[in-house]
Design a protein around this ligand. Structure first.
Ligand SMILES: Cc1ncc(COP(=O)(O)O)c(C=O)c1O
Length: 416
């Protein structure tokens, strides 16, 4: 497995070099890099081989000895997944639930929150589309009020506006740390301090930030945090997790209960379990859960800080090189920025850019306005191309990618 990435800098981030040995090893651990230039890590990253082996190995055991028996056999390793996630997030193992994705994790907490009619929920322009849809449903269903906090001039959450609204009163602040559609990283710690000062319950969507930047629930001061396996953690698809802090465990009843979340203690009575696993289902994807644990262990082994520094450096390099191209505009906001780079080519539709890159084995995705209505339409932006880099990408991949975009702008297909 990989050593910590050792990075050295010659004139700042733009001329970042990396320890060749460990990068080489990390790329050897990542067979996908042989087939594609993968800049769709914000969609689903290429997993390291250990994740693939862990998932397929468990499925093979299920096929060989039986599904329940394979889970029994792996019980210690399954338990260790909670400890790994807790270590990653600076939490306790009993504050972690492993669920099928980040959306369900977030939903279990927010749909279970004991709102009262008239409660105000403050959210942000960067909030993830599914969270906004859920909040709007709760607004209609429960009579809560969803209040949008504006961006400041740098494009991150306007902290002064947040404080004014907190002074008026708010039951909850629901914020996305790093949005799906750009490089912004919102100042989660400062928001946590304000929530603590005004007593608001703090729900952080860290789906794009866990694995991309260090995330520590103590330091941030969130009550709830949701995340996913397949993005910057490089885990399997169909895995996600929830951190539920003391106030969350005290206040939130899951919207659904089953025999795993609660005990049927008497004919007419059940008792909800005390720990965060109340937010899980009994039936689960055990291979995926083990694969998630392997991904977290791998990320911790690489080093979150070192990986983050490297991927953010690659992101800045990509941004500046794309910005220098004729007819290409980069649209990432924020003071602190990560590895997600969004851009448009003036003469080519973003979906066509994606298709042309894909024909040349370069993976990106697109961010449509309908996935970021509080943001992209307000900036007058169309669907953007989203290129998201990870620490296992290379400087030469960035150069090749920029050249391909230049070719597309010039009306040539990249491979000609
Ligand atoms: C910021 C953010 N939050 C939540 C999600 C949803 O994650 P999942 O698909 O694992 O439910 C995404 C997915 O792209 C996201 O970017």
């Amino acid at each position: 497995m990989a050593d910590g990435l050792r990075l050295s800098y010659d004139r700042g981030l733009m001329t970042m070099t990396s320890d060749f040995e460990s990068l080489e090893r990390i790329r050897r651990d990542t067979p996908g890099v042989e087939s594609v230039l993968h800049f769709n890590n914000a969609g689903s990253a290429l997993p390291p081989e250990i994740v693939v082996e862990t998932v397929t190995g468990h499925i093979r055991r299920e096929a060989t000895i039986g599904g329940y028996e394979a889970a029994d056999e792996a019980s210690d390793r399954l338990e260790a997944v909670y400890a790994s996630l807790a270590r990653l997030l600076g939490a306790e193992a009993d504050q972690i639930a492993v669920v099928e994705n980040a959306t369900r994790a977030w939903d279990m907490a927010v749909y279970g929150y004991p709102f009262e009619r008239g409660d105000r929920v403050l959210t942000v322009r960067a909030e993830y589309v599914s969270n906004v849809i859920a909040l709007l449903q709760l607004e209609r269903r429960l009579g809560i009020e969803v209040v949008l906090i504006d961006d400041d001039k740098n494009g991150q959450i306007d902290l002064a506006h947040l404080e004014r609204e907190l002074e008026i009163g708010a039951a909850m602040v629901a914020m996305t740390h790093a949005p799906t559609n750009g490089g912004l990283i919102n100042p989660a710690e400062t928001v946590g301090q304000l929530c603590a000062q005004y007593g608001a319950f703090y729900v952080l969507d860290a789906c794009q930030s866990v694995g991309q930047v260090p995330v520590d629930v103590e330091g941030i001061g969130c009550d709830v945090l949701s995340g996913t396996g397949r993005k910057y953690l490089r885990g399997p698809r169909g895995t996600g997790f929830l951190f539920a802090g003391p106030r969350a465990l005290e206040r939130i009843e899951p919207p659904f209960l089953d025999l795993h979340a609660a005990d049927w203690v008497d004919d007419r009575r059940y008792e909800i379990r005390a720990d965060a696993r109340r937010f899980e289902n009994w039936e689960a994807n055990y291979a995926g859960k083990l694969g998630l644990g392997a991904a977290v262990d791998y990320a911790l082994d690489v080093g979150i800080e070192a990986g983050s520094t490297r991927l953010r450096g690659l992101g800045e390099s990509l941004r500046s090189q794309l910005s220098a191209l004729d007819g290409v505009s980069v649209h990432d906001k924020g003071v602190a920025r990560g590895g997600i780079v969004t851009f448009a080519v003036d003469t080519v539709d973003s979906e066509d850019v994606k298709a042309e890159l894909s024909a040349d084995a370069m993976n990106v995705s697109t961010s449509p306005a309908s996935h970021a209505r509080f943001d992209l339409p307000h900036r007058g932006l169309p669907t953007l191309v989203r290129a998201s880099v990870h620490y296992y990408n290379t400087e030469s991949e960035v150069d090749r990618f920029v050249e391909a975009v230049a070719q597309i702008r010039a009306g040539k297909t990249p491979s000609t």
